[in-house]
Write a protein that binds this ligand. Structure first.
Ligand SMILES: Nc1ncnc2c1ncn2[C@@H]1O[C@H](COP(=O)(O)OP(=O)(O)OP(=O)(O)O)[C@@H](O)[C@H]1O
Length: 332
């Protein structure tokens, strides 16, 4: 069942450049982005730095106003909501960031941090708050003793568990995870990934999992959306996208993805994606990937490709989608 529906989200930012009589160039951060997230499922969003992943997240939570587009959570129009209604919708889809330390108030003890969302909706009963704090800590694999600690007394992984506990305080439908495990070491990251999967099984919560790490997205996500210069260039069930990437960019990203197995990593060369990402200030005409694409032809230089459906749920924005081919294995 569809939980979140995003249609045609577009956002550009003005630059500070102010040449007299010249129009200020704009940064085209997100361009005509559409996707859905099913209840209890995970959509992984991957792409190089600057591809528009975080801007998309902030747009769908109503933290930024889009130039155009629509976002519906369970049929409710998020972008039309204001005031209390918008806050209610935001509580149903909280966000967890890469660095929990900067988002956790260092002067508060953990039990006050994790129950803050409940106090914001008017819960004042100390007994109720204390019981919910214990419950939330248990959910994220911590004992109630952690409730009396301050953020600086915790490890990075524990702080991220606290950020998750706070996100879960109001029983959300969706948690937006923006590079939420990127700063953690490999074993701590594995613990948090296991916890996310366990929470999804127990609570039926959906995730938007934003990451530049393809191998991680493959492990975590049911569906994958690949972003390039503000557009989704390929989306589909994760197994299909990774086994038979249709867009040359997706294929190049998969080929360049680090494989978390030293033996496999040594045995296969990992060519990087050729060339630099162009600036979002001057997106190439036609297909934005054409300057880096080995398959580019004349049409790619002039005409932006539409989304092509390759199977009912697998689409790619490419004039020359690749013929399905054997999987490039990047699983651990
Ligand atoms: N407030 C802003 N003002 C101007 N430009 C912005 C703003 N926020 C984002 N951008 C620009 O929009 C583009 C997309 O940025 P965004 O942070 O969404 O990408 P990203 O894929 O999340 O990258 P990263 O992985 O580095 O966070 C970039 O070119 C960025 O510089």
């Amino acid at each position: 069942m569809t939980l979140l529906q995003v249609q045609g989200l577009t956002k550009s930012f003005p630059t500070n450049h102010s040449g007299l009589f010249r129009r200020r160039p704009r940064i085209h951060a997100v361009r005509d982005v559409s996707f859905t997230i099913e209840r209890g499922r995970t959509l992984g969003m991957v792409g190089e730095s600057g591809s528009g992943k975080s801007t998309t997240a902030r747009l769908l939570l109503g933290l930024l106003r889009p130039d155009s587009g629509a976002v519906h959570l369970d049929g409710a129009d998020v972008l039309a909501a204001r005031g209390a209604r918008l806050h209610t919708l935001r509580r149903r889809m909280p966000m967890v960031f890469q660095d929990p330390y900067s988002s956790l108030d260092p002067t508060w003890v953990v039990r006050d941090i994790v129950t803050e969302p409940l106090r914001l909706v008017g819960q004042r009963d100390r007994t109720v708050l204390a019981a919910r704090a214990d419950e939330l800590l248990e959910l994220v694999g911590l004992t109630s003793a952690f409730g009396r600690r301050y953020p600086h007394e915790l490890s990075g992984g524990q702080r991220q568990r606290i950020a998750l506990a706070r996100a879960l305080a109001c029983d959300p439908d969706l948690v937006v995870l923006d590079e939420a495990v990127a700063a953690l070491d490999v074993s701590t990251r594995a613990g948090i990934i296991g916890l996310l999967q366990d929470l999804q099984d127990r609570l039926g919560v959906a995730y938007l999992f934003i990451s530049h790490d393809l191998a991680l997205v493959r492990v975590v996500s049911h569906d994958t959306a690949v972003m390039y210069l503000g557009r989704i260039v390929e989306t589909g069930p994760t197994a299909q996208v990774y086994a038979t990437p249709a867009h040359p960019y997706t294929k190049a990203l998969i080929a360049a993805a680090p494989i978390p197995d030293p033996v496999v990593q040594q045995s296969r060369p990992r060519p990087p994606v050729q060339g630099e990402v162009p600036s979002a200030l001057s997106i190439p005409p036609g297909c934005p990937f054409h300057p880096r694409c080995p398959l580019a032809t004349a049409i790619c230089r002039t005409t932006e490709p539409p989304q092509v459906a390759l199977s009912p749920h697998h689409t790619a924005a490419c004039h020359h989608p690749l013929i399905p081919q054997p999987a490039l294995d990047v699983t651990p």
